[in-house]
Design a binder for this molecule. Structure first.
Ligand SMILES: Cc1cc2nc3c(=O)[nH]c(=O)nc-3n(C[C@H](O)[C@H](O)[C@H](O)COP(=O)(O)OP(=O)(O)OC[C@H]3O[C@@H](n4cnc5c(N)ncnc54)[C@H](O)[C@@H]3O)c2cc1C
Length: 319
């Protein structure tokens, strides 16, 4: 478990210090180049814990931006019971809708009351090996005026009849990166290895809330047009329009943002620290923004490009 990046008198990295999880002792690893890929928040944590005379606010943090502009995708969901899908022929639908079917963003957001957009993921179907219908059959009986309750053959018949008749839609959208959303070192709490942990400050603004509202209006429109009976209740403003809490969609990025201006960013276009040219970050930290789609392919693409750059720089003996 890495505690910090070690630096020399010139402020360049010389390696890392880490706690061995087996003997709980601290060790040092020497390196010419340090590449952090601990995920957006953990890399920010390592940098913030790497304080020295040359980097008093933490390594790479002369701008004060490390940890800031943290952002996660927005997310909300709704499901419905679709009577037209009852009493279906049963067959293996694995691979069809087992995970979800993706719909890209389809509107011109200039005409809407929130910036950017979101995609939708529809889910449902006869997911194997799970068996059943996802809900208490009595709950679904209510919607079609059937007798509530039952045992034995009647219950078995109901289970088969309802199996595969509930579907849902989830939205995943773009959140606006803001300086006010950040993680920082908690001065009072350390983990089991004695390493200071992060604490988080994060709120949704109207941008995200109005997007959540639009998601729910759209889910209802589609599911109702399918003849569906909406399940659960539509969340209102008091419930942040059903937006999952920040961090729940697990697409956290932005904590070590990329930019040309070293006063306003942490890494350059090669994901190289402005403040220490032999330290690189190859996780979601350098993202300045994150479109609605999941981040990992972009993390991998940027990481690949950075690896090529590191090889090139080592050959030229520039780092
Ligand atoms: C349940 C789940 C589902 C997801 N689904 C998708 C999806 O469908 N599509 C998509 O694009 N993204 C998805 N994501 C997001 C995706 O997992 C992340 O974007 C991606 O893993 C980030 O890659 P990373 O290499 O930056 O970090 P990680 O994959 O988190 O790897 C970081 C590694 O660093 C280690 N580490 C952290 N701190 C330290 C330390 N101090 N010392 C030593 N090691 C350390 C960690 O143990 C970990 O092994 C999902 C995430 C979750 C949790």
């Amino acid at each position: 478990m890495v505690r910090e990046v070690l630096t020399d008198d010139e402020g360049l990295a010389t390696g890392v210090s880490y706690i061995n999880k087996d003997d709980r002792q601290e060790y040092e690893l020497k390196a010419k180049v340090v590449v952090l890929a601990a995920s957006a928040c953990s890399s920010a944590r390592i940098l913030l814990n790497s304080k020295s005379k040359q980097h008093p606010g933490g390594l790479g943090n002369s701008s004060g931006v490390v940890g800031k502009y943290l952002h996660d995708s927005t997310g909300a969901s709704r499901s419905a019971f679709i009577p037209a899908l009852m009493d279906r022929k049963l067959y293996n639908e694995d691979g069809t809708g087992g995970m979800h079917i993706y719909f890209p963003w389809w509107l011109d957001n200039k005409k809407l009351d929130f910036p950017r957009g979101y995609h939708m993921e529809a889910w449902g179907g006869l997911g194997m090996p799970s068996y059943g219908f996802g809900f208490d059959p009595n709950e679904l009986n209510v919607h079609i005026g059937k007798k509530v309750g039952g045992y034995g053959d009647q219950l078995r018949k109901d289970v088969k009849s309802f199996y595969g008749s509930t579907v849902g839609i989830s939205g995943r959208g773009e959140c606006i990166a803001r300086e006010e959303n950040y993680c920082e070192i908690d001065p009072h709490v350390v983990d089991e290895f004695g390493i200071p942990v992060l604490r988080f400050n994060y709120t949704w603004t109207d941008h995200e809330m109005l997007q959540g509202k639009h998601m729910h209006d759209t889910f209802e429109e589609i599911l109702t047009a399918m003849g569906g009976v909406l399940l659960g209740t539509k969340p209102g403003k008091e419930d942040d329009y059903g937006l999952a809490a920040p961090g729940r969609i697990i697409h956290e990025v932005g904590t070590t943002r990329m930019g040309n201006d070293k006063k306003r960013s942490v890494v350059n276009a090669n994901q190289q620290l402005h403040d220490a040219k032999n330290v690189f970050i190859v996780d979601g930290g350098p993202f300045v923004s994150q479109a609605d789609k999941n981040p990992t392919w972009t993390i991998l693409a940027l990481s690949w490009r950075t690896c090529d750059y590191i090889i090139d720089q080592l050959k030229k003996q520039d780092i």
